[in-house]
Design a protein around this ligand. Structure first.
Ligand code: HEM
Length: 159
């Protein structure tokens, strides 16, 4: 098996685990937590589960980036960044940058404290905003995934 095929397998498995987890948090975890009556219980449950997922997401994001850049290197396809028809490559890179920033910098240094403060003050509003943000991330990730599969197999939106 060629290295690039191995990289593609790693890329997709990592994307499944990562974006699948985002989907689970958005469509199951947060709605379930919103139903919990006690504020303390809500915060504790969310932090325990999302904290566990954050470790997985850090690993899968890293693997997605490494395998993605490796494929670009092997295919010598860097010039795709200069062609708007490869919008799905720009989109993959953007989604990856956004999540990496959140997971490695914003969450541990800023968001964790901000969440604890506002979830205590106004839990309903905090969980509502967080749910909306998760939906935005999930939708752009799914559009990106659809575009990447179609684009990698020769479909171009614009000729
Ligand atoms: C730094 C970030 C990333 C880079 C450099 C990257 C790069 C690549 C490359 C080079 C390919 C192969 C394209 C081809 O065969 O013509 C690919 C495929 C793909 N990528 Fe990414 N990617 C990145 C992030 C992501 C993210 C965040 C997602 C999902 C949200 C994603 C989903 C996919 C999918 C679904 C494929 C299609 C595989 C197939 O159908 O064969 N990638 N990526």
């Amino acid at each position: 098996m060629e290295n690039i095929t191995i990289a593609r397998i790693v890329h997709i498995i990592a994307v499944i685990l990562w974006i699948g987890g985002v989907s689970m948090v958005t469509t199951v975890l947060i709605p379930a937590i919103k139903k919990i009556k006690s504020k303390e219980e809500q915060i504790k449950t969310f932090e325990t589960i999302e904290g566990k997922f954050a470790i997985q997401a850090k690993i899968t994001t890293l693997l997605t980036g490494l395998s993605g850049f490796y494929m670009l290197y092997e295919m010598n396809a860097w010039s795709r960044y200069l062609d708007y028809r490869f919008w799905w490559l720009h989109s993959m890179t953007l989604v990856w940058i956004i999540f990496s920033l959140i997971l490695y910098i914003l969450e541990p240094y800023i968001l964790h404290k901000v969440f604890a403060k506002y979830a205590n003050k106004a839990p309903d509003k905090t969980f509502r905003i967080m749910h909306q943000l998760h939906w935005v991330l999930l939708v752009i990730s799914l559009i990106t995934t659809a575009g990447a599969v179609a684009g990698s197999h020769g479909w171009f939106w614009v000729k």
